[in-house]
Each structure stands twice: as C-alpha cells, then as structure tokens.
Design a protein around this ligand. Structure first.
Ligand SMILES: Cc1ncc(COP(=O)(O)O)c(C=O)c1O
Length: 471
C-alpha cells in the first residue's frame, strides 16, 4: 500500500487535466488572476498562517479582517457580513442557533441540505416541511410548492421562522421575493441557504441576490461558484438579527485557527466580483447560452432552461437532461472518461457548474464529448420522479435520534416510526425523516422504488430500514 495514498490520488486526478464544471469556482486555480493579486496567487503556501502579531483575530476582528468584512457587507448590501472558514455548513448552524430557541416551530423545505436538518436536530426544533415540486418530464426536483408554503404559513401562526434554499443544487430558484413578503406580513423570519448563489445579482442576467431581496440572514458558499478556496463561505446578517447571539454561535462553530489562506481567498473573491464580476458574468452568460443552443441541437440531451419550467433558473448552471431510457449517472461517468468533470448526476440529469474561468476549450470539449457519445452505452431503465406528501411527525427529530432503534424489513414497517432518513434518487427529496410515521402508502412507494432498481438511501442490501423500537 502507498505511504501517501491521499497525495498520490489527488496527484493522479490533477494529471488528468479535466475541464472542471464542478466546485470550486476558481477552476483549478484559473480564477486567481495574477493581475489582481499577484503575491497571493503566486505564493499561496506562504500565506498559510494564522493569527500572528500584526494581523487580526477572526473571533474578535478589530483590524484587517474587520475592514475586509465591511467591504464584503457593502458589496452585498447587508447590515453586517462575516467570513466563514468551516463551509456553508457552519453558516447554516450559526443562522439556526442564533435565530431560534429550543422547541421553536420552523418551516423548512423538504429538500434542504443536511446541515439544515442536522441543525434542526441539535437545536431541538420542531420542523414543518414545505413540499417540493417535481418535474415528471425531467425527473428532477424543482422549487418549493408555493401554494403549500402559503397554506402552511397561514395555518400555523406559531411558526418562528422559515428556511429556504435559494437556488437549489440544480440552480432552480423559488419565488423568494414572495416568500419574504408573506413572511414579513406574518412576522416570521426568513433565513436563506444560498450556498449556490454567491454570484447572484452581480449581473442583470442572473437571479437577484437573497440579501438584496431582504432575507434576514443569508449563507453563501464562496467556494462553490466564486474564485475562493474550498470550505470558504459568507454569512450575511440583516437588521433584525441579534448580533450578540450571532457572534456567540459564529465563534462556537468556527475554528479558532483560521488559515489566512482562507481569509485571503474570501477577500479576493469579493474583490474579483466587485471589479470584474459584472463584465465577466455577462460574458459567461453569453457563452453559456451559445453552447446551450449548440448542445440542444444534439440528440438525446436537453439543457433545461427558463422556458422549460415554471421557476427562475441560474443560467450559469447546466442541467443536462437525458432522454428517457438513458442514465444521467452513466453520462457523468462517460464525460469524466472524456476529460469533463461534472458536479453531480441523478438518474436523469447531469449538473455542471460554470464559472467565468471555464475557457472556450472547456465548452468545446463538452460539446465534442456529447456529440461523439454513443448513447447506446448509456441505456438504462428509466424511472419517473414521484412526488410524495409530507408524513405525520410522531416524535421530534431530536428525540428520534436518541431513541432505541431496530432494523426491520421495510415491507413490515407500516405503522412504525421511522428511525433514519429514507431518500430516493431521483429526486433526492426525503420520503421519510427520523420521527415520522410510516404509512401503507410509504411502504408501497418504497416497494415500487426497490422493484424498479432506484437507489434509496436508508434501505440496506437486506431491504431493511431503521425504525424506533416499540416501548
Ligand atoms: C444547498 C447547500 N447548502 C449547504 C451546503 C454545505 O456547504 P459547505 O460544503 O460549504 O459546508 C451545500 C453543499 O453542497 C449545499 O448544496
């Protein structure tokens, strides 16, 4: 066995020299334009220092970090903005812990990131879920069901806050302006997980930024779409937030030894957006639209656009939908063999994240790979994305976590309380969450997924699921 398994594996990957249509947004370093910050781009490892004399302290900034965060806040139009060095995950934790108290009822999107759900468990909150809509045509999870959102908000006057994902992993955006308007009227806070939307609003051809739309708090991954190092993110705070609490939880979820590499790259990404963002994203939108047209003239694939669905969509993201009867997962594997690294796939789609640092050669490589693809090799059984309702919560997720559990065959699970999460791909929306009651209908849906070979997280190879043990 190798003595350096990680270093060697990364080295082999780097040698492949793939076209990077995935995170991080700097695309293998191309985004660190030497003309903008030569010293940083050229001497990265020397910048890997932490809080030494003359620099500032992230946990209590009074100097350069404070100044840099003020510049960030000015660009996005927040009341205050903070650098996150532990990913958007740490921002989601900070938002949820500083806004809610134990036992609060909150409304969250069923298809939210696991960091949101983990924070709900740890803060001991009572979640109500907003249904997601599904496209049967594209076998994909789209935005939230707005009618279900409004009805649930109106019926539950004790909801303290709403957590929205804007955009989702596919770049699909819900009507956040309407969500915020209705929440304001109801006196309910709006927290936004905008991990995939740090570039929003910088050019008129992009969706508006969640901060500008008036959300109370917003988390953005700088590393997903901007030229910033992996793990880096921003937390934007609005006027209504209790800043002392935000600071306490922020400091609790953040490393006390942040690398200045992260801080420099967070600053650099803001500087890049401010000085070149509008122009570069305008150019990217044009290039993306041009190649989308070319790709959409090919057989078997279609990049989903604004005109195809009822939601706004980030045009710097390609959702390559494969014709029914072919597999998105197999297309992702094929593209990798052709030197094109996509971000992710589901049964029917491959997602590519584009940035201004994807050159024309990347788009040409993608186009050639799709044009020369032997789609017969990507044939697979096709399964429609089924949308399902929200089950009854029998036990708070936090209580379910601590309860005694056992595994039983899923066919025997009717009437039991689910102990884990059951998540079919596609569409990736949880069918059941910990603490929810398993109905006859759920058993039928699980059987249908398994009989059709759909990957279901939470059902093991013995066809068992985790349930709460009867007392
Ligand atoms: C919607 C969403 N929120 C939050 C996160 C967590 O971000 P990070 O990996 O920066 O912690 C992700 C990561 O994929 C995500 O997709």
């Amino acid at each position: 066995m190798s003595k350096l398994p990680i270093i060697e594996a990364v080295g082999r990957y780097v040698k492949e020299n793939n076209s990077l249509f995935c995170t991080p947004g700097h695309k293998g370093g191309a985004g660190f334009l030497p003309s903008l910050s030569e010293a940083f781009a050229g001497g990265m490892l020397k910048y890997d220092i932490t809080e030494v004399e003359g620099l500032d302290n992230l946990q209590d900034p009074e100097g350069v970090i404070r100044s840099s965060q003020e510049l960030l806040s000015r660009l996005y139009g927040s009341e205050e903005s903070l650098f996150l060095v532990n990913g958007s995950t740490s921002g989601n934790f900070t938002m949820i812990f500083s806004t809610f108290d134990e036992g609060d009822k909150i409304l969250i999107e069923r298809n939210c990131h696991k960091s949101i759900f983990n924070a709900v468990i740890m803060r001991k909150l009572e979640p109500l879920f907003i249904r997601n809509t599904c496209s049967g045509r594209y076998d994909a999870a789209l935005g939230i069901d707005m009618q279900h959102f409004s009805e649930t908000l109106n019926k539950n006057r004790d909801i303290k806050g709403v957590v929205i994902t804007y955009p989702n992993y596919y770049g699909v955006c819900c009507d956040l302006e309407r969500v915020i308007r209705e929440c304001r009227a109801a006196g309910v806070k709006v927290l936004v997980d905008s991990a995939h939307g740090a570039h929003f609003g910088i050019n008129g051809g992009l969706p508006e930024s969640a901060v500008k739309l008036g959300a109370d708090m917003v988390v953005m991954s700088a590393h997903k779409t901007l030229p910033s190092l992996t793990q880096t993110a921003y937390l934007h705070v609005g006027k209504a937030a209790e800043m002392d609490k935000v600071r306490f939880y922020y400091n609790s979820f953040m490393s006390t030894s942040p690398s200045y590499l992260f801080l420099c790259s967070l600053e650099y990404a803001r500087f890049y957006l401010e000085t070149k963002g509008e122009e570069d994203y305008g150019q990217l939108l044009e290039t993306a639209a041009g190649y989308r047209d070319k790709i959409n003239r090919l057989e078997h694939v279609h990049i989903i656009g604004r005109e195809d669905i009822e939601f706004e969509i980030d045009a710097t993201r390609y959702i390559i939908n494969v014709e029914k009867g072919y597999s998105g997962h197999l297309l992702l594997d094929y593209l990798r063999r052709r030197g094109v690294q996509a971000e992710m796939s589901d049964g029917a789609n491959v997602i590519l994240i584009l940035s201004p640092f994807n050159g024309k050669e990347d788009f040409e490589r993608l186009l050639a790979a799709l044009r020369e693809c032997d789609f017969e090799e990507l044939r697979a059984e096709c399964h429609g994305a089924v949308s399902f309702g929200i089950p009854e919560l029998k036990m708070l997720p936090h209580d379910a976590l601590g309860a005694a559990k056992e595994r039983i065959g899923f066919l025997e699970a009717e009437g039991k309380v689910c102990g884990g999460s059951i998540v079919p791909y596609p569409p990736g929306i949880p069918l059941l969450m910990p603490g929810e009651e398993i109905s006859k209908k759920h058993v039928e849906i699980m059987k249908c997924f398994i009989d059709n070979g759909v990957k279901v997280i939470g059902i093991n190879e013995k066809r068992q699921i985790e349930i709460i043990r009867d007392r």
